[in-house]
Design a protein around this ligand. Structure first.
Ligand SMILES: Cc1cc2nc3c(=O)[nH]c(=O)nc-3n(C[C@H](O)[C@H](O)[C@H](O)COP(=O)(O)OP(=O)(O)OC[C@H]3O[C@@H](n4cnc5c(N)ncnc54)[C@H](O)[C@@H]3O)c2cc1C
Length: 379
């Protein structure tokens, strides 16, 4: 067994024996116990792509996507929480060695969670409309603004915050700062969502004149916008993999139930009309899996990565949106129990549809990459 295969087997065991029993409680609104993040850290999940010298595992992007999918098969929210802290740790390692030396021990050990904050009450798809502003001071920066709908923000210790610098008001004016969310002037809040997804720790924060040292600027204006656009291709590909895993888990759950539940003196699975719904889901899953695998293989350097990642995310989300309700229905009332994954995944896919790009802007990207003369989408 290779190191990566051996690691994935350990993650599968963790997901089955530790996460699955806890996830049923998250469906009802409980948050994950902090010890679970430390257990994830013991498996190296916050440092998958970081080099061994920096405390990571030195594994590749495809392995990170496989880990995300394995966790998401149980709970999308927990998987997103882990990968968002991982990605912040990786960004610090790549862009800010001094800050990395200070903060990686907390992040890699699962003691400190982190988030990446672009979205604001008035700026989602239209990232360039963000209003958070950083102004230079004698010894660094002062940052003010409001971020909302941010994974991990309700309890994260650190955030990579995207803000306009100085007087600039367009995309190139955006820089990224590392902000300590426990610093004076920073106030975190939970963002409540109708679909119970508390394992994602979704929240926001208000920054009211938070003072930052000069080195807090980890991606200077002119580079930050481009960096996030390139990072987001990877995120779209692993979210697609997570959707595949959620649908796969739902099909397995329904199939197991259909073999044991009887109606009219035979297992549900023996009724042809019943099993065709599962067969259709399985067939569509095979197609979206194939597209997702191509997108993952294209990250980061293949010129087709942007197109494939957008297509994979759209297709995987829509395949889940089509089949998860039918699979839930196929289990009758039993499907509604939180001990099964179906209601959790049904809710999660609505979040997956928005994180790292909603469907319309992704289709717009597909159009512009396929037919480059297409005029830009009107916001
Ligand atoms: C659970 C969850 C977790 C999230 N985590 C993070 C995070 O960690 N960090 C972060 O920065 N953000 C995060 N987000 C925010 C996410 O990135 C945004 O929700 C997303 O960018 C869409 O923005 P919006 O919700 O403001 O919708 P809007 O931009 O207001 O769009 C509303 C709808 O209109 C459509 N639309 C928008 N513009 C156009 C147009 N020009 N033409 C046609 N249709 C259009 C969109 O597709 C969407 O369906 C998260 C969101 C959710 C739900």
């Amino acid at each position: 067994m290779t190191r990566q295969a051996d690691h994935l087997a350990q993650v599968r065991a963790f997901a089955a024996t530790t996460l699955a029993p806890a996830a049923a409680r998250w469906t009802k609104g409980d948050a994950p116990d902090p010890d679970l993040f430390r257990a994830a850290a013991a498996l190296g999940l916050f440092g998958i792509e970081l080099p061994v010298e920096a405390g990571g595992l030195s594994f590749d992007f495809a392995h990170k996507a496989a880990v995300c999918a394995t966790l998401a098969a149980v709970d999308f929210g927990f998987a997103m929480s882990v990968v968002n802290t991982h990605n912040a740790a990786l960004r610090l390692h790549l862009s800010a060695p001094t800050l990395a030396a200070r903060h990686l021990p907390g992040l890699l050990s699962g003691q400190v969670l982190a988030c990446t904050a672009l979205t604001e009450p008035g700026a989602g798809t239209d990232v360039a409309a963000l209003q958070t502003r950083a102004t230079q001071t004698a010894d660094g920066w002062m940052i003010s603004g409001h971020k909302d709908w941010i994974i991990n923000a309700r309890h994260a210790g650190l955030s990579i915050v995207f803000a306009k610098c100085g007087a600039g008001d367009d995309g190139p004016a955006i820089g990224a700062f590392l902000v300590d969310l426990t610093a004076p002037g920073a106030t975190r809040h939970a963002t409540e969502a109708g679909f119970a997804q508390d394992s994602m720790g979704t929240g926001g924060f208000i920054l009211d004149g938070v003072a930052l040292p000069s080195e807090a600027l980890i991606l200077p204006p002119g580079t930050a916008f481009r960096a996030i656009l390139s990072e987001i291709n990877g995120a779209r590909a692993y979210v697609a993999a997570m959707c595949c895993a959620m649908l796969g888990a739902a099909i397995d759950t329904a199939a197991r139930y259909g073999q044991s539940r009887h109606s009219f003196s035979m297992p549900l699975m023996d009724h042809q009309a019943w099993r065709l719904a599962l067969a259709q889901a399985q067939t569509d899953l095979a197609a979206t899996h194939a597209l997702t695998d191509r997108a993952i293989a294209a990250i980061p350097d293949d010129p087709a990565a942007q197109l494939l990642a957008a297509q994979a995310k759209v297709h995987a989300v829509q395949t889940c949106q089509q089949h998860l309700p039918a699979l839930l229905h196929a289990m009758g009332a039993e499907g509604l129990r939180p001990t099964h994954c179906l209601t959790r995944h049904l809710a999660a896919v609505q979040s997956a549809a928005l994180t790292d790009g909603a469907i319309a802007p992704l289709l717009e990207r597909v159009a512009r990459l396929s037919w480059p003369a297409t005029p830009p989408m009107k916001d």
